[in-house]
Design a protein around this ligand. Structure first.
Ligand code: ATP
Length: 377
């Protein structure tokens, strides 16, 4: 087993609530094994830059030695104390070599990288060049197929529910509808689950067919039976798909069409990055803690190129390349040659995994339609 002197931990890509809780778990778990931890500021950018501290701007330096106290009182806070960045140069060989030189300079023997699929690609590249890495899924979008939930997803949904509940209050007073477009990239999880939780009259996600007419009819029927407040939740992925088809402002225009078709005054709301902020929920703190602990255990055991996942309540780990290709399979974006590295048995296992996941999503969407609907009186 490799001897670890120091490990690095970084947060990368889009930020997500619970990243701090993950950094804390990683730090404490490593310290418990006698391994020192460097917090790497601004993700892979900090690893390339290795800048010194600057007392004038309060910049702490690209590499911050984390002791147990350094991560105290952060489990309960949003954002990431290590900050995040989209480090484009890291994708180049020159950038990668700078990062490796930093690791050598500071005797960093392994890295735990918290982020999304781009972050995992970076972790793979580093591992291939001799710095073993483990990935942790930190994204509000919950778009990493191999894990049932990613760190930040639960908090983002709770934030969204709380916002929409407030909109609903004022909709009820004024007999209005609110169309709400929520983040999630091309994944509809945030929209679907929050839509169910707020009692939406309509939910639009890319994963399932939806009908504007059906939503209008549902609202018209419900209005006839006395309902005054309405919410329609749209995944931002729907907007992206429409933009790809040359249609701009789909969600805003849908709100106008809804008002015209139903006679219900309709407002539009896009909470956008608000969903990325805020203190993590219990669920995210727990997931972050369990995953962070497991990542350290795996790394110190000599494992690498793995992403820690939650499947049916268990914390497991999956090969990063497997996870990335599984993503493409789930999203119907497989490229020629993607499956070459996998045995027929693995490919069948991946297909079955995706089918189950799609079935679960479809079932949840059907539930949302049934319980969000007013049958004709
Ligand atoms: P999110 O899902 O929130 O977007 P992400 O991790 O996918 O998170 P990206 O911006 O795609 O976010 O990636 C984060 C960082 O990972 C990039 O800024 C870059 O430094 C590194 N990275 C991304 N793609 C690659 C790649 N193909 N090879 C090496 N490094 C990469």
């Amino acid at each position: 087993m490799a001897e670890f002197r120091n490990i690095g931990v970084l947060t990368s890509g889009g930020d997500a609530p619970g990243m701090n809780a993950t950094v804390r778990a990683v730090t404490r778990a490593a310290l418990a094994q006698g391994v020192q931890v460097y917090g790497i500021y601004e993700g892979y950018q900090g690893l390339m830059d290795d800048l010194p501290a600057d007392p004038v701007t309060h910049f702490p330096g690209s590499l911050i030695k984390l002791d147990a106290y350094a991560v105290t009182n952060i489990i309960n806070h949003g954002a990431t104390i290590l900050k995040s960045a989209r480090a484009v140069d890291f994708k180049t060989e020159e950038g990668m070599q700078k990062a490796i030189a930093t690791c050598k300079r500071h005797n960093i023997d392994g890295i735990i990288a918290i982020g999304g699929d781009g972050t995992f690609r970076g972790a793979t590249d580093l591992t291939n060049r001799g710095i073993p890495c483990i990935g942790l899924p930190g994204t509000i979008d919950n778009d990493i197929t191999a894990t049932d939930e990613s760190i930040g997803f639960d908090t983002a949904m709770n934030t969204c529910v709380s916002l929409i509940d407030k909109l609903r209050d004022t909709c009820e007073s004024h007999a209005r509808c609110n169309v709400v477009e929520v983040m999630g990239r091309n994944a509809g999880y945030v929209a679907l689950e929050t839509g169910i939780a707020v009692g939406a009259s309509g939910i639009m996600v890319c994963e399932c067919p939806y009908s504007e007419e059906e939503i209008f009819e549902n609202i018209i029927n419900a209005k006839k039976q006395g309902k005054r407040s309405f919410v329609v939740v749209i995944a931002e992925g729907v907007k992206f798909a429409k933009e790809d088809a040359g249609i701009k402002n789909y969600c805003e225009d849908f709100a106008k069409r809804l008002e015209a078709a139903t006679g219900v005054e309709t407002k539009f709301c896009r909470p956008a990055h608000i969903l990325r902020g805020g203190d993590p929920t219990l669920r995210d703190r727990l997931l972050a803690s369990r995953m962070g602990y497991e990542a350290v255990r795996l790394l110190l055991e000599g494992k690498s190129k793995l992403v820690v996942c939650e499947q049916k309540g268990d914390i497991v780990s999956v090969d990063i390349n497997y996870a990335l290709i599984l993503d493409r399979m789930y999203k119907n974006k497989l490229k020629p040659g993607d499956l070459d590295a996998f045995t027929a048995e693995q490919q069948a296992e991946m297909r079955a995994f995706c089918e189950v996941k799609k079935k679960e999503f479809d079932e949840m969407y059907n539930v949302s339609k049934v319980i969000g609907a007013y049958p004709e009186a």
